[in-house]
Design a protein around this ligand. Structure first.
Ligand code: GLN
Length: 548
């Protein structure tokens, strides 16, 4: 997929802002609608960035349980952020920084720190104007130098938590020229029992917006199907927008189709006209079609990959699902993910593990599920099943090898067993005195040196790679000698840190201490994931099935 074009930012024009709010209920796909709008503007030649606002008090997503908010996405600067940022990076093909995720916690923390430093010179510090000013400042800074900045306000209009942000948005709207600001409101259009599209929830949520001084410019209706013309007219009439500012966003099989669907609806053209961008846009004929070609290509078959984790929730492993999809796009196959519960590996789950063409063990924290992950590693190692271990999945491969091949009985990661006789994985030396759980990990992009003539050098096609990290534990240097001369080779290192492992006598057994999934993009799939699928497709039986 194309990355954003070189910025041709025009200082005369300034930055254009598209704010996106959501009504009726959460989980509507507001982020995907926003990211799709961004993708289309990027296709038309604009440099697009995004800001995600999360109205929770956590300073960042690092300490949040994946069951509640899905995976913690890691940025190159080490920012631990909401998974929506991952969608923006993948849809826009850009790398963002922590400044692009504004939380209530971040805004308040900064204001309170300034207050303690005496910066407010004796004034009473208040939500309006101090917090709202801080929010506006952060948004403007993140947008600086880009043609368009999409600002997604998390939560639903009417939530108490969102109030300071919506007030900041209201002020923002009055401070901007009309041509530089647009408010898109995404709502739900449900069906009644007799199959009629209902607009009342949309009307109510727009009323709610209006009561706080905000009038949407564009309305996007999330619905099972396309909105009927009569539905659009009714929404337009009751919500005071032109009919051609009401768009459908029907359910589609895959989120990557959403840009195509909203393009067909004309959302991008409307937005560009409204923001005065139409004249600067690349002509229809010359627009970048790579996204469309990529996501609509015919695939040659399907492969099954087992994902052995502990959260039975797709969002908890979103970037891995996406990275597998990207590798599938590159290799022209559909990837079917088989969920295997590492914590309760009953017969059904074991069966699924054995059915799979390849196995992925993802990252994770704590001891729950580690035994199941070790069993999955063993199965992959002993049966020549292509294996990819990510972070904890890398560590589990080290533990499994230490136990079952090197004979280090009871070997473990100190995270799962503090009293293990062989802590082959142990806490990072510089982390011995952890007091705070927030921000104590090795985070973000770090370079790894790759040993030439190894599987790793083949996979990456290079002698170094820079990938994102999020871990506290790593291979214990005291055990390096035990692995020396064995079949398990550490083929990627960063100084004294082991970053990549592979097994010499296995078709594809690859582990990374880092998380390559965070840099995977449609059209720029992550090498270890592509390697996994290549190994799966090299299996002769499958090759026939898949016709590669
Ligand atoms: N819990 C392990 C560590 O802290 C692995 C982390 C992960 O998988 N992201 O090192």
């Amino acid at each position: 997929m194309p990355t954003n074009p070189e910025t041709h930012y025009d200082p005369e024009m300034g930055e254009k802002f598209i704010f996106v709010t959501g009504g009726v209920m959460s989980g509507l796909g507001k982020g995907i609608t926003a990211a799709s709008t961004g993708r289309l503007l990027a296709n038309a030649g604009f440099d697009v960035t995004a800001v995600k606002i999360d109205p929770y008090l956590n300073v960042d997503a690092g300490t949040m349980n994946p069951y509640q908010h899905g995976e913690v996405y890691v940025l190159k600067d080490g920012g631990e952020v909401d998974l929506d940022l991952g969608n923006y990076e993948r849809f826009l093909g850009v790398d963002m920084t922590s400044d692009h995720n504004v939380t209530t916690g971040k805004a308040y923390k900064n204001v309170i720190e300034k207050e303690r430093a005496g910066d407010y010179l004796g004034k009473t510090v208040q939500i309006i104007p101090h917090i709202t000013d801080e929010i506006k400042r952060r948004i403007r800074e993140a947008a600086e130098g880009h043609d368009v900045c999409i600002v997604e306000v998390g939560g639903t209009v009417g939530d108490i938590e969102s109030m300071p942000f919506l007030e900041a948005l209201r002020q923002f709207a009055t401070e901007q020229d009309d041509e530089d600001f647009l408010l898109t409101h995404v709502t739900l259009v449900p069906y009644s029992k007799n199959g009629e599209q209902k607009t009342k929830p949309t009307q109510h949520s727009v009323k709610e917006l209006r009561s706080i001084g905000l009038q949407p410019d564009v309305l996007v209706g999330r619905c099972d199907d396309e909105l009927e013309p009569a539905t659009k007219e009714k929404i337009a009439l009751f919500c005071d927008v032109p009919t051609d500012a009401v768009f459908s966003n029907p359910d589609v099989e895959d989120i990557y189709y959403v840009p195509l669907v909203v393009e067909e609806e004309g959302l991008d053209e409307y937005v560009m006209h409204r923001l005065g961008l139409a004249e600067r846009a690349i002509s229809d004929a010359e627009r970048d079609n790579e996204w469309r070609e990529l996501v609509t290509q015919e695939t040659k078959g399907e492969v099954d990959i087992a994902l052995v984790g502990k959260y039975a929730l797709e969002d908890a492993y979103m970037s891995i699902h996406e990275a597998l999809k990207h590798a599938g796009l590159e290799k022209n196959v559909d990837v079917n993910v088989l969920w295997v519960d590492a914590d309760e590996m009953d017969d059904a789950h074991e069966e699924r593990l054995k059915e799979a063409d390849g196995i992925v063990v993802p990252g994770g924290f704590g001891s729950r599920g580690t035994q199941g992950k070790i069993e999955a590693v063993r199965y992959a190692r002993e049966n020549d099943v292509p294996y990819l271990g990510l972070c904890l999945g890398f560590q589990m491969a080290v533990v499994e090898y230490a136990r079952n091949v090197l004979g280090l009985e009871g070997a473990n990661t100190a995270e799962a067993d503090a009293d293990t006789p062989h802590p082959v994985i142990d806490i990072l030396p510089e982390q011995y005195e952890i007091e705070d759980m927030g921000g104590t990990m090795r985070l973000g992009a770090h370079e790894t040196e790759i040993e030439p003539n190894t599987l790793a050098s083949e996979v990456y096609g290079a002698t170094e790679c820079t990938e994102r990290h999020r871990h506290r534990y790593e291979v214990n240097p005291e055990y390096f000698d035990d692995f020396d001369g064995s079949d398990l080779v550490f083929s990627g290192r960063a100084g004294n840190r082991m970053e990549i492992l592979e097994l010499d006598s296995h078709p594809y057994f690859f582990g990374t201490q880092f998380h390559p999934e965070f840099r995977s993009r449609p059209g720029r799939a992550s090498p270890p994931f592509v390697g996994l699928l290549e190994a799966v497709l090299n299996d002769t039986e499958l090759r026939e099935e898949v016709e590669v």
